[in-house]
Ligand binder design. Structure first.
Ligand code: SF4
Length: 411
């Protein structure tokens, strides 16, 4: 194979063998690359036509200090999230996927401001909330709500459903013209629960029903954005579909915007408009759902998709399962350059020396790889795009451990 100066194959566009017979069906045909840009454009980043951007995350990172000694000096940092950027349009859903420890939950918690970012910015509905004080965040908290993973531990067992769901109205001092009870009962009905169960306790409900109670509580304040952290992973498979369908119905009815964090690619595929794949604190690929599942460009995405079970036996034939070797490296000391190179079957010298930035390889579809799959982009265009992206990132590079500046007027 001929190579370019940096050791890359001369034809980076050569389609690679498909790893997943189902997920990549037709992946190598009709692929066109109309342009290469180095930054996710607003139109591309939000996914789909219409609607403005509700949430914008730019270069967001979270480094947890590791201290030692009597003086508790910082000796290292766990780089849980290391510079992720994406945006979500109103009324749409972004799915964040990746293995355990990839930083997806930490990203969700930073969006919620349950964790303070180490660097980067979070803009919600036109407000920079990156370092906003709790006092100034309070009115915005109505607009950003969270659905928790565990429907058992996220509900207070000593409170009735009425008290749990009604607490939001009381805490935020929201007027309910017909009373809190009536408002709660309407919410219970909205999520498919019997309003008569207002006085029951959480232990009297099944797992799926408890998750519905959690969703009702989330909806009480009519939020604009909901961050759902593994919303169905603790539920039986038969109940998962009901809850996912409920989330979709509520999104259509109430014009909700979701960030759904999950490790189950089937769930993410079902519910998302756009999908971002994370590995060791970085986004390695982001794109429209059908594009990403049909034409995965990053080897890691390909490996994840190859592990998705296919119910139809006839479609399983010819499918190649990619088994990744080894564990995810420690975020305490991530591998240099491409963080995936220790497990990637395509790794070459350049992968261990130069970090591949996230670049747009087809409209709205970005990947961070020196040897992307399922793309027609030439090696020359890829190098040019990566150089421009790296130059841009270097300009905006955060200082390690930088603390966000207090926002104006904070106290
Ligand atoms: Fe694999 Fe190299 Fe691409 Fe990283 S840059 S994913 S090591 S081919």
């Amino acid at each position: 194979m001929s190579t370019s100066d940096d050791g890359r194959p001369a034809d980076a566009a050569t389609p690679q063998p498909e790893a997943d017979g189902t997920a990549t069906t037709g992946a190598t045909t009709g692929v066109t690359t109309t342009g290469v840009t180095t930054k996710e454009s607003p139109a591309a980043s939000g996914g789909g036509a219409g609607g403005d951007v509700l949430l914008e995350v730019d270069g967001l990172g979270k480094h947890f200090p590791v201290t030692a000694g009597l003086l508790r000096r910082q000796v290292a940092a766990v780089k849980a999230v290391d510079g992720v950027s994406f945006s979500v349009r109103r009324g749409q859903t972004l799915g964040l996927v990746g293995e355990s420890g990839c930083g997806k939950t930490t990203t969700g918690r930073m969006i919620m401001r349950l964790l303070d970012p180490s660097f980067g910015t979070i803009t919600f509905d036109g407000h920079d909330i990156t370092s906003m004080s709790q006092k100034r965040m309070r009115p915005l908290r109505r607009d950003i709500q969270m659905i928790f993973q565990d429907p058992y531990s996220s509900l207070n067992p000593r409170q009735t459903v009425g008290a749990i769901v009604g607490a939001a109205f009381r805490l935020q001092k929201i007027d309910t013209p017909q009373g809190v009870k009536k408002a709660v009962q309407e919410l219970l009905e909205l999520v498919g629960l019997n309003p008569e169960h207002y006085n029951r306790y959480p232990h009297e409900f099944s797992g799926g029903q408890r998750q519905r109670i959690g969703i009702a509580r989330t909806l009480a304040l009519k939020p604009k954005l909901i961050v759902a952290d593994e919303p169905v992973s603790a539920l039986d498979v038969s109940v998962q579909a009901q809850v996912v369908n409920l989330l979709e119905d509520l999104q259509n009815e109430l014009d909700l915007t979701y960030v759904v964090i999950a490790h189950d690619l089937s769930v993410v595929r079902h519910i998302s408009d756009r999908v971002a794949v994370m590995y060791l604190g970085k986004i390695v690929e982001i794109g429209d759902r059908d594009d990403l599942y049909g034409r995965p460009m990053h080897p890691y995405t390909n490996a994840l998709l190859s592990a998705v079970p296919i119910p139809d036996p006839s479609q399983r034939e010819g499918r190649e399962r990619i088994r990744l070797q080894g564990d995810v490296p420690s975020p305490l000391d991530p591998p240099p350059a491409c963080r995936f190179h220790t497990r990637c079957w395509k790794a070459q010298d350049i992968c261990k020396q130069v970090e591949p930035p996230l670049v747009e390889l087809s409209p709205g579809h970005q990947a961070a790889c020196h040897f992307p799959e399922n793309t027609t982009i030439s090696a020359t265009d890829l190098v040019a795009a990566q150089s421009a992206a790296t130059a841009k990132t270097d300009q905006a590079a955060p200082q390690d451990g930088a603390v966000p500046k207090p926002a104006e007027g904070d106290d």
